[in-house]
Structures are given as C-alpha cells and as structure tokens.
Ligand binder design. Structure first.
Ligand code: PHE
Length: 468
C-alpha cells in the first residue's frame, strides 16, 4: 500500500464516491451548517449558500478531482508534476496541506464533543426530563463540557487516535471500507430523524425558516461565510478532493461523481436543518444558538421524547461517524505529502503528522476553559486575531474556512482552467464520462471555472475586507 512504485487505487467506483462523500459530509453539514444558518437568519443565507455550491463549488470540484486524477499525486506533487520545476503553483498545494493541518486540529475537538455526547446519552443523561429545571439541566451539559479542559483534551486524543488508526491502514482497506459502512448508515439515520421531525408542531415554521427568503439578518460577513462554507462542506480548496481523485481509476468519470457528491452533501445539510429546526421551534429554543446549537437543542428535545436515549445515541453516533470520514480525508492530505514527496512509509507519515496536529489542536480543546492556559492565553489570542471576541478555536475556523479554503479554491480554479493543457483537459473531463464529452457542457464548465467562480471569490473577499 505504501509502496511508491504501485500507487494504491480505490477498489471500485462506488469506493471513490463513498469516500469522497464521506469526506464532504461531516460536521460541516450536521453541526456547522445549521448553526451558521441560525446565526444568519435562515432562508436568504441558505439561498446564497446554494448559489455558491452550484456556481463556485461544483465547477471547482470537477476541476480539483480532475487535477488529482490526471496527476495521480497528492496536492504538492500534483502541482509540481504538472508545471515546470520551481513553478509557484506548488504553493497552492502547500497552502492546502497547511489548511488541512489547521482544520483537522479543531475539527477533532468538535468530533470529541460528539463522542462525549454518545457517552452522556448512554448514561441516560438525555431522557426523562419533565420539570423546567430538568429540561434546563440537559442544555447545561454543553457549557460544562466546553469549559472542561480535561474532557476536551481526552476526547480530542481519542478521536485523533481513531483517525490515525484508519489512515494508517490505507486507502482501500481503511478509508474505503469505513466509508462503505458508515455513509449508508448515516443517511438512513438522518432520514429517520427528519421523519420524526415532520410530526412535530414546529415543522412548518422550521421549513419556512430554512426555505423562505428572510433577508433581514443577512450581512456581508454572512455572504463570505456562505462562500467559505460551500468550500468547507464540499471539502474543496485544500486538495482533499484532489488527493481522493488521485486514487481514481482511468475509467471513472469525474463529472457525474462530482455532481453526485455535491448533491449528497447539500442534501444532508438541508436534512440536518429539517431535523434540527423543528425541534428548536417546537420547544421554543433559540435558532441563533451558535456552535453549541446541535449540542444543546437536539438533546433538550431528546430528553423530552419517548425513547430519547435511543434517539440521542443514534444521533451522536451519526455525528461521530460523519466527523470520522471527514477527518480521515484531512489527515490523508497532510500525510500523503510526506508519503508522495518525501517517500516516507505510510505509517511513519500518518503517526507523525497526526501527533503534530494533535498537539496543535490542544489550544482549541482548551478554548472554552480558562483553567489550563488561563485567561491570559485567551486574551493573547484575542489580541493577535484582532480582538473581536474570537478565541483560538473560532479564529482558526474563521481563517481556514473563510480565507484559506476560498484562496486555495481560487488557485485550483485558475490552475485547472487556464494552466492545464487544453487537449489534456478536454480528454480528462470526457474520460469515463458521457456528460463530460458533450462539448457545450464542457465549455459551460470551463468558462464558469475560468471566469465566473474566480470573480465570485474575489468579489466576496473584497467585500469582506471592506473594499467593495
Ligand atoms: N467537508 C467536511 C465537513 O463538512 C470538512 C472538510 C473540509 C473535510 C475540508 C476535508 C477537507 O465536515
């Protein structure tokens, strides 16, 4: 598997789609999307997000998977191989490795919360709440966990260890097998939850909140967030899709698979909202609850439902699974740089990068507490990051999602759109793909990638820094 002369490949076409969908569907869909939708007032934000997925995300996904498949290399090597020696394009790959490193460091902390909630659910913490005090107590678990450095570090450690374990086993046996089992389970679980939510009183209000056009709370920062999130949720702009594409077989097309992956990912994000907001409104809770939304609102509802413990276990296991298949892809990007470029053995590369990311994630695990590094550390972080109240964790998420991913996406779009030889590109998009061989379709994709997506990214960024 780590043999440099025989590069590993997916066992099947479904393997690639499942693993890539596993990368895309994650905390971004189930944790982050509902909470940023809530914070940005619902409908209009969702619409802009959908626009970004179709006009920016999807064309770049096709471009990114295509570059990976063409180069058969992880990001840095891919850009290096497809350009002359010393070309600055390699920096786009390097930016991707750095982005993956940063994202995984705090992603693992949130995944750790999900695992702790599985544990809490098993202890029966989310059942049988009747009095207002009991109901309020359920929501308080999150605050208690968030502020507890020891628990955060413990679960961060467990989650990173699991991720490292799977990535060491390698592409076909580890990643593909995990995704094959976990992804379908996740879909079934989520649909069951939405089915339940449709029977709730607040379902109508929730559907209107998510699908109605409510522009009142939308801001410029919200638009940047929608753009950044469309990259985050599709795992774009840092080479995760490029790396997974590099394990594709020649006969597998990049167009249809990208459409399926984006469709599944968007579907899961919308379903997550349709599971969460009916509960939020039925129980009269706050839609703009911030990062704790899923961890406060869902359990509060479970605790008042018949069979709450079971639903809660189901939901948080689902969240952990979804996080795991995404974390795997983040680590795969970072580790495969060392495997492909420096010829390290797979297990050396994975263990070492996993350990360094783990350490870098510790401040995120401590972001909610003040005990270990003390308030002084938090103040320092706030002053470094501009002092707008963001702690280490928030700051890294803001930096990576809203700036590094769109910037990486811009690089990939320009590279795939302008830099790659036209004949190779045309052949590559048509290879194994009926749709990709249709000339008007190809041209529509190409010009969206060349012009529309880059302009959209630049405009949103200029707007965010106040130039526009
Ligand atoms: N797409 C993943 C999610 O939605 C996160 C991720 C981002 C994974 C970038 C890989 C690369 O949770």
């Amino acid at each position: 598997m780590s043999d440099a002369t025989q590069r590993s490949q997916w066992g099947s076409k479904a393997g690639f789609v499942l693993a890539a969908a596993g990368s895309a569907v994650g905390l971004g869909n189930l944790w982050k999307f509902p909470y940023i939708t809530g914070e940005n007032g619902g409908g209009a934000f969702v619409l802009i997000y959908l626009f970004c997925i179709v006009v920016v995300g999807l064309p770049i996904m096709v471009g990114e998977v295509f570059v990976g498949k063409l180069a058969q290399k992880a990001p840095v090597g891919a850009f290096g191989d497809l350009t002359p020696k010393g070309s600055p394009w390699k920096l786009v790959g390097a930016l991707g490795v750095a982005t993956g490193f940063i994202i995984l460091s705090y992603y693992s902390v949130v995944a750790g919360w999900a695992m702790h909630y599985v544990y809490l659910a098993c202890t029966g913490a989310f059942s049988g709440a009747e009095t207002p005090e009991q109901i309020a107590a359920v929501g308080e678990h999150f605050g208690a966990l968030y502020a507890n450095p020891g628990l955060n570090v413990f679960w961060h450690t467990v989650f990173m260890a699991m991720t490292v374990g799977i990535v060491i086993v390698g592409i076909q046996k580890g990643v593909e097998l995990a995704a094959r089992i976990l992804m379908p389970t996740l879909f079934v679980m989520l649909i069951a939850l939405v089915g339940y939510a449709t029977t709730m009183e607040g379902f109508g209000q929730a559907a209107d909140f998510v699908f109605g056009v409510h522009t009142d709370q939308l801001t410029g920062a919200g638009v940047l967030e929608a753009l950044g999130h469309s990259f985050f949720t599709l795992s774009l702009g840092m080479g995760a899709m490029l790396t997974y594409g590099s394990y594709m077989k020649k006969a597998d097309g990049v167009v249809a698979t990208s459409v399926v992956i984006s469709g599944l990912d968007t579907g899961v994000a919308l379903l997550a909202c349709l599971a969460l907001f009916p509960i939020t409104f039925t129980y009269g809770m706050e839609a703009a609850g911030g990062p704790g939304l899923v961890f406060v609102n869902m359990p509060t509802a479970f605790a008042q439902m018949a069979g709450g413990t079971l639903w809660a276990i189901l939901f948080f296991v689902l969240l952990t699974f979804a996080a795991l298949t995404s974390a795997i892809s983040l680590l795969e990007v970072v580790a495969s740089y060392f495997i492909d470029e420096l010829k390290w053995k797979r297990w050396h590369a994975v263990t070492l990068t996993g350990a360094v990311i783990f350490v870098f994630g510790i401040p995120s695990a401590l972001s909610g507490g003040t005990e270990l590094f003390g308030t002084g550390f938090q103040e320092l972080v706030k002053s470094v990051f501009g002092g707008d109240g963001k702690n280490w964790f928030d700051s890294l998420d803001y930096l990576a999602s809203n700036w590094m991913l769109p910037l990486g996406g811009l690089g990939i779009a320009l590279f795939a759109g302008w830099r790659i030889d036209d004949v190779k590109r045309r052949e590559g998009i048509a290879e194994g793909s009926k749709l990709g061989a249709v000339v008007p379709f190809y041209l529509a994709w190409l010009w969206t990638l060349r012009i529309v997506a880059p302009i959209a990214i630049v405009l949103v960024m200029l707007h965010a820094v106040g130039v526009l």
